[in-house]
Write a protein that binds this ligand. Structure first.
Ligand SMILES: C[S@@+](CC[C@H](N)C(=O)[O-])C[C@H]1O[C@@H](n2cnc3c(N)ncnc32)[C@H](O)[C@@H]1O
Length: 314
């Protein structure tokens, strides 16, 4: 079999392409998979196919990883997981903002000013346009009684099971604190849910010899993050060329902590190429897999830019 070349991004699905990785060649696999939150690149997945895909990808690591190697998965629990089985209640109201406008008052104003839009009625009655809509149509655009309710879906448990099934053991767990993702948190305005401000790093280990070299980080770096469970790393400011990048700083820390120079690092969900850029900066080799042609092209472009800045040839 022809093995996947190192220092290249390969286009295809990881469930299939990972079979072509040279056995026991990978020192670290670091990745962030689709989270099943409705991004464009996961639109064809069902919850079951998504779980099956993660399971298959994790299972391939038992062969691809070197003995003593690590698999680090960056993922976040799904906080707004739609669940049909939850009874549907009217969305919670913020008590101070409860409007005194009744349906009868709206109907009266509508009869008086039939040409008025929802917005004009709202101005006339001194309430929000949402109140008008709710009173007239029984709608609650923030999630009313006809909306499916949501809950938290923890992802660490299944990942741990998939690892254990193929001989990879959960070795460590760190939390990456990013900045509060207000833009993704429209539910916080009408619920008691917290804002989305951290993700998990699940560290799996394939049993085998591993040398711990304290010299690979500066003493201050060990104190600040190498030995710490909570990492503060700002999230990517602009996801303009890819929907869900992780920060270069995050990839750099993981790579520096779990590998040595010239080791091979795998990212089977390479996206814009962040892991490969961190590898180039820190003298590691990489294997990237990505299913979307446009992201393969983006990663290749980013690698080219990085190489020319560093005046390197792969
Ligand atoms: C969360 S993003 C990773 C972003 C990446 N860490 C970065 O910084 O750019 C997940 C990526 O996995 C890709 N993907 C989804 N399913 C895949 C599969 N089965 N095999 C390979 N790539 C897949 C998506 O197209 C997306 O680019």
């Amino acid at each position: 079999m022809k093995f996947l070349e190192v220092n290249k991004i390969h286009q295809g699905r990881s469930e299939i392409l990972m079979k072509q990785i040279e056995p026991e060649s990978v020192a670290l696999s670091f990745w962030s998979p689709p989270y099943f939150v409705g991004k464009e690149y996961e639109k064809d997945e069902t919850f079951d196919s998504w779980q099956a895909m993660l399971r298959q990808v994790i299972h391939h690591h038992s062969k691809a990883l070197k003995p003593g190697g690590f698999l680090v998965i960056n993922i976040g629990d799904i906080r707004c997981f739609k669940d049909e089985s939850i009874p549907r209640f009217q969305a919670m109201n913020i008590s101070m903002q409860k409007s005194k406008i009744t349906r009868e008052m709206v109907l009266e104003a509508k009869a008086q000013f039939p040409e008025f839009s929802r917005y004009q009625l709202a101005e006339h009655l001194g309430c929000s346009e949402q109140t008008i809509d709710r009173r007239l149509n029984g709608n609650n655009i923030r999630g009313g009684k006809y909306e499916i309710q949501t809950r938290v879906n923890l992802v660490g448990g299944p990942l741990q099971t998939y690892g254990q099934e193929c001989g990879l053991y959960l070795y460590d767990h760190r939390i990456w604190v990013k900045d509060p993702a207000w833009a993704n948190c429209k539910w916080t305005s009408n619920s008691l849910k917290s804002v989305d401000e951290y993700e998990d790093l699940y560290v799996f280990w394939k049993p085998g010899q591993q040398t711990i070299d304290r010299k690979k980080l500066e003493p201050q770096e060990w104190k600040d993050w190498g030995s710490r469970a909570i990492w503060f790393v700002k999230s990517v400011r602009a996801n303009d060329d890819h929907e869900a990048k992780f920060p270069l700083e995050l990839a750099s820390r993981v790579i520096r902590l779990y590998t040595d120079k010239d080791d091979v690092v795998l990212d089977p969900f390479m996206g814009s190429g962040t892991t490969s850029i961190a590898c180039i900066r820190h003298g590691r080799k990489f294997i990237g897999i990505e299913k979307e042609a446009k992201y393969v092209a983006l990663a290749q472009e980013n690698i080219k830019k990085e190489m020319s800045q560093l005046k390197l040839n792969i």
